[in-house]
Design a protein around this ligand. Sequence first.
Ligand code: COA
Ligand code: AMP
Length: 619
Amino acid sequence: MIDSQLWRSAADDVHWYQAPTRLLDDSQPPFYRWFPDGVINACYNAVDIHVEQGRGQQLAVIYDSPVTGTRRQYTFDQLLEQVSNFAGVLLAQGVTMGDRVIIYMPMIPEALIAMLGCARIGAIHSVVFGGFASNELAVRIDDAAPKLIVSASCGVEPSRVVAYKPLLDGAIALAQHKPQSCIIVQRPMQEASLVAGRDLDWNAAMAAAQPAACVPVNANDPLYVLYTSGTTGQPKGVVRDTGGSVVSLKWTMKNIYNVEPGDVYWAASDVGWVVGHSYIVYGPLFNGNTTLMYEGKPVGTPDPGAFWRVIEEYDVKVLFTAPTAFRAIRKEDPEGKYLDKYDHSGLRALFLAGERCDPNTLEWAQAKLQVPVIDHWWQTETGWSICANCLGIEQLPIVPGSPARAVPGYDVQVLDTAGEPLPPGEIGALVIKAPLPPGTFTTLWNAPDRFVKAYFSKFPGYYETGDAGYIDENGYVFVMARTDDVINVAGHRLSTGGMEEVLADHPDVAECAVIGIADAMKGQLPLGLLVLNAGVERDPADIVTEVIQQVRERIGPVAAFKLCAVVERLPKTRSGKILRGTMRSIADGDTWKMPATIDDPATLDEIGAVLKKLGLPAA
Ligand code: COA
Ligand code: AMP
């Protein structure tokens, strides 16, 4: 059942050039359209409106970069100037409404300015995470066919400077589609050489820019495309519309996160991920919050007190990050000694998402911070949380291991393989009754058929989340595991299928499998198993080194693909299906049953011996 009153009043809370008279167009399921006749602009709602309402002097963006020793701040007045100028730069380059712009950037304010500049003129941005390599970027360039790419000369990781520009040049060389121009932010740590006639320097382009005004767009026009991992190496381009995003994200700021305009809100993530889109850029700015862009890590920049330093320095009210960040902090500072060095009394709540939050981590964070620690469950596809303890509505008792109940707008159910509802406590497929609420994805870019097939065909009338879990008697949802080949490494969503495609390309590899195994810090890590072609006489260790390098080069360092071994054969069913689940259980040290359909039980003993050599299961 659609909560018409909720979404009408949420829609009344944002700025429209033409307010929608219709709430939902459900004439072509599963392609639902919210606010179909509304006319709006996301940048106006994020920036201009606050200046017009007298918040021009308030801080809009704080940039804190321990890896470069830099701090910068922008008021809404200053942000408006920057964004209007960048929108002008885009127009001067011939970018107009509906054109795509790829943004391949480190965590610097120019990334946020570029996103808002696109939104200002109705161009569709597609941000690609900086930890992806040229090949992944090239796949996205070919799918999105951008007119222009915005990038930077380099990113800065604690241990090294990552030259982005050669990765960008490599991607453009690999891609069939060629952008007309690139705008490059030159960073002093490593400047890049520019390609004459194609590349423009950010500062020079901004200095010459004519500021551009907001362009009204239809509510259902795409705000952005964000690629995410699916079952295959071809990523899915999640399309988010403009009206739904503005309405839903603004609503979540008060109702889920319980922040008021002016509060400092910090999502310690990256603009390349959905968390960055929704909660570094759009949500906080729609709500008039000050958002924090942090270019650093929870540990090592310089120590496990990094987060507490930022919380004290800027009086952060709400922090949102992935559980892995807290596992990293806890590992280095189990007693929380660094926490005592800083005043974190302003912090009101910690929100965690991106992967399953183990109860130990949640309880540790709660004991140390003495604030509610809220696990909430969501996906790139939904753009905001499906289940959460909505602090702005009513704080429910916290049950570690559960992201609490479905958020208003989501009807979450558990179905068995035949599509029948399961009783409380029984594990099945977690699904959401269609339509999904505003701000969730409206289709996949260039792939409407895949949108229907991947998400709405197995359980007609429902959105298949790809997660398995159960709902208890109190309506608390427990998200246990993915039902597909997606794994979560340090909160980063990756496809084991995509990694298998890279391994299979090695000339000596006959067959392979990649599985996600449990890791105490990163949640999961990929493990590759290779079967070599008959007659290959090279040292298997060299082949392993080569495929590890190949994954780093083709997917990127973010895949954290470092565990790999050669095996004689892979365990399979009699019909030839690789028994990935059983191998995962052995690697994780879980109890497992010999599958009835196994072709040759001895293969599992062989795998067990190989895993043991790799130190698995880890103690
Ligand atoms: N550009 C280029 N390379 C990048 C990158 C970027 N933007 N981000 C990460 N990488 C590289 C890292 O340098 C590392 O390379 P390495 O193999 O040479 O060491 C690799 O990708 C893996 O990075 P990461 O996942 O960040 O692991 P880490 O070991 O450096 O740090 C954590 C581990 C837990 C501290 C870190 O992952 C973290 O803070 N995660 C939580 C927050 C988060 O980002 N969540 C995302 C969704 S909310
Ligand atoms: P992403 O699209 O990168 O946000 O990843 C989404 C996936 O991360 C979900 O489908 C889940 O598998 C997992 N995930 C995200 N948040 C949670 C959570 N709070 N609990 C369990 N799993 C989660």
